[in-house]
Design a protein around this ligand. Structure first.
Ligand SMILES: [Zn+2]
Length: 235
């Protein structure tokens, strides 16, 4: 990513008040689009969970490269690789926009998925498909990204049902010695939207209270704790 360094150097060399306009001009210019935007987006797509999903909602196709810290706030991070996230146009343009809440000391109050584990700040309630905040940062992230909008909560509930079906299918295939069937079930889970739901199920199945969380489907606990399955899903 030599090109990112060079572009960052150009912005740093400009006088402070000119940096924002230079950064936006460079970011949207055609040559930068070909040389930087496209490779950055391809790299982010290859890292995204499931099929190139938005890193905020986990639902829609990631169509945009979002600046975690907005360019308007810090033009120097326009071409900072760690400031780039794959987002859908809804989350990028309508939810998050240029919002970037900070605490009294100027520390960001949004979870940075490149540097932090969202599970430290957010707990997914599998029974309603909504996130609960575990910290101020979690609360602001839910609010800014509107993570509990009804459509997402419904999608997460659906994801939970699909994962449960695929897990039970995997168990049946395993018992029948059908390796191809097992691989297919793993692929079904890995490729579907709301990868966060399966991750939450894997985490909560091994945590205290699992028998309460999975009281309507206790058979899932043993499956979610199964080593070969965890390896396949967490790899
Ligand atoms: Zn999104």
């Amino acid at each position: 990513m030599v090109r990112l360094t060079e572009l960052s150097r150009q912005i740093r060399a400009a006088p402070g008040p000119d940096r924002y306009s230079l950064a936006t001009r460079l970011w949207s210019g055609r040559s930068v689009r070909n040389a930087v935007y496209t490779p950055v987006k391809e790299a982010l797509c290859s890292m995204a969970p499931g099929r190139e999903r938005c890193m905020y909602c986990g639902d829609n196709h990631g169509t945009d490269v979002d600046h975690f810290e907005p360019v308007a706030r810090n033009p120097l991070r326009t071409f900072d690789w760690l400031n780039h996230l794959l987002a859908c146009s809804n989350c990028n343009s309508h939810q998050k926009r240029d919002r970037f809440p900070c605490d009294a000391d100027g520390r960001p109050l949004l979870i940075d998925p490149t540097a932090e584990d969202p599970a430290d700040h957010l707990f997914l309630s599998l029974s309603v498909g909504e996130y609960k905040a575990l910290s101020d940062k979690g609360a602001r992230t839910i609010e800014v990204c509107d993570l509990n909008r009804a459509l997402l909560a419904r999608g997460r509930m659906q994801a939970r049902r699909v994962v449960a079906m695929a897990l039970r299918g995997w168990r049946d295939d395993r018992d029948a010695g059908d390796a191809a069937g097992m691989a297919e079930k793993v692929l079904t889970i890995r490729e579907q939207p709301f990868a966060d739901v399966c991750q939450a199920m894997l985490r909560q199945a091994t945590a205290p209270g699992a028998d309460v969380i999975f009281s309507d489907s206790p058979d899932l606990i043993a499956l979610l704790c199964s080593e070969p399955l965890r390896e396949a899903l967490l790899a």
